[in-house]
Design a protein around this ligand. Structure first.
Ligand code: JHZ
Length: 396
């Protein structure tokens, strides 16, 4: 049973950046109710309202994985590890985005699957076999017919975006070789709760996975976890290594039981943990609004850094408008000169000069704090400060 623990109010689609500001309407389906629940049986945390995939992932999807050096580095290290550890003859990526990972692989040995045509065009242009499709059983059948089997399947920040998880894993097991490995990587629910990062919840993140829920889920498909890595990316992610139950090639690492125990100790199996989280989220909102209001009383200039999907949740939940944050800066071409979803705050193309008279930067991309601090040494030297809501609202 799915028990509600968080209500983030009316929200727009997190990655729908509009060219001009307009008030969005619930009637036209531009705003939806964002609330989150915990399934006491499956241990899955998921959104109540699921948006049609075509509305979210289409030819205008703006997010590009290669916009951050942190992600480029993380993918480079991972590709070296995959080649060394699993030596795949054929490698498949579900949700290959703009090829930030694939660019490290030999073109002959990989298959990209990407439903957003503006992104699939990029990897195709670079010479990678790319299927401009949603991941589903029809595609898996097509791939099986053509390639018979795949040794390694990888998917980062994608499976949690697909509503029908049964179809996802049925399709994966259809094409994965007998000793094949499935690697999935997504924000960690434990980290999300510990860091109070309620902004991990927006329309695209239908699920936020824990090791507990993944273990239960894959069990239905005769799959097991054999390794789990903790990552710093996206505010703390987990990389799950999965194999078939009857595959003895890969030993089960202690990391699996360690993660499961850690999650149990924290209480991720109990609804009360989520209820508590819900309460601290509303405390976080009060504190963040207070910080902005105080700074504005002092006429301080504040800009946002990183027009993230996460920031959409925060701005709309806390009702932060242009009177609080002048603009957002972002390096992504498809986001610039557009407006933060649901808010009248314009996104400008990142330029250091725009930080000149700024007193405070609100970290929309708080998950890249270190990368941003490194980039903005001059701003810091001149006395500039940052505002973040993670793990609690404060000025740093
Ligand atoms: P970032 C997206 O979420 C959406 P978002 C998606 N649903 C998902 O799951 C995660 O990604 C993985 C900019 N930036 O990665 C680039 C700068 O401008 O936190 C990006 O627009 N300058 C698929 O949007 C944004 O910040 C910089 O120096 O929450 C970062 O977005 C850096 C480092 C980033 O994901």
């Amino acid at each position: 049973m799915n028990k509600k623990f968080l209500d983030l109010g009316l929200q727009p689609l997190a990655n729908k950046y509009l060219r001009s500001y307009k008030k969005l309407s619930t009637k036209k389906g531009e705003l939806y109710k964002l609330s989150v629940g915990f399934n006491t049986k499956t241990k899955l945390v998921s959104l109540f309202k699921k948006i049609a995939v075509k509305k979210m992932f289409n030819h205008t999807y703006p997010y590009k994985s290669s916009m951050s050096n942190t992600m480029i580095k993380s993918f480079k290290a991972l590709s070296a590890e995959i080649k060394k550890r699993f030596k795949p003859k054929l490698f498949l990526e579900i949700g290959s985005n703009d090829g930030a990972l694939m660019q490290n692989f030999d073109k002959q040995k990989v298959i990209c699957v990407e439903p957003c045509s503006n992104l699939s065009k990029i990897t195709r242009k670079k010479g990678y076999v790319t299927y401009n499709n949603y991941w589903d059983f029809n595609l898996a059948k097509q791939l099986k017919y053509k390639y018979q089997q795949v040794d390694v399947i990888y998917s980062a920040n994608t499976l949690t975006h697909i509503s029908d998880l049964n179809d996802v894993f049925k399709s994966i097991t259809h094409i994965l070789s007998k000793d094949g490995v499935l690697i999935i990587e997504d924000p960690s629910l434990l980290e999300c709760i510990k860091k109070n990062s309620y902004d991990q919840f927006y329309n695209e993140h239908i699920y936020v996975f824990s090791a507990l829920s993944v273990k239960k889920l894959i069990n239905n498909f005769n799959l097991v976890l054999f390794d789990i890595e903790k990552l710093d990316t996206h505010g703390g992610s987990l990389r799950y290594y999965i194999k078939r139950v009857d595959c003895y090639k890969h030993k089960i690492n202690i990391s699996v039981s360690k993660q499961l125990k850690e999650e149990m100790r924290f209480g991720l199996q109990n609804y009360t943990t989520y209820k508590k989280f819900g309460l601290s989220v509303s405390e976080s909102r009060k504190k963040l609004i207070k910080i902005f209001t105080n700074l504005k009383k002092q006429n301080k200039k504040i800009i946002g850094y990183g027009a993230t999907a996460k920031a959409t949740t925060v701005l709309n939940y806390c009702n932060i408008n242009k009177d609080m944050i002048n603009n957002f800066l972002d390096t992504t071409p498809d986001k610039t000169n557009k407006f933060m979803p649901g808010k009248n705050i314009k996104i400008l193309k990142y330029d250091k000069k725009l930080l000149k008279n700024v007193d405070y930067i609100y970290l929309g991309a708080w998950n890249f704090k270190e990368e941003i601090f490194n980039k903005e040494k001059t701003f810091i030297k001149k006395g500039g400060k940052f505002i973040t809501h993670i793990p609690y609202p404060r000025i740093i």
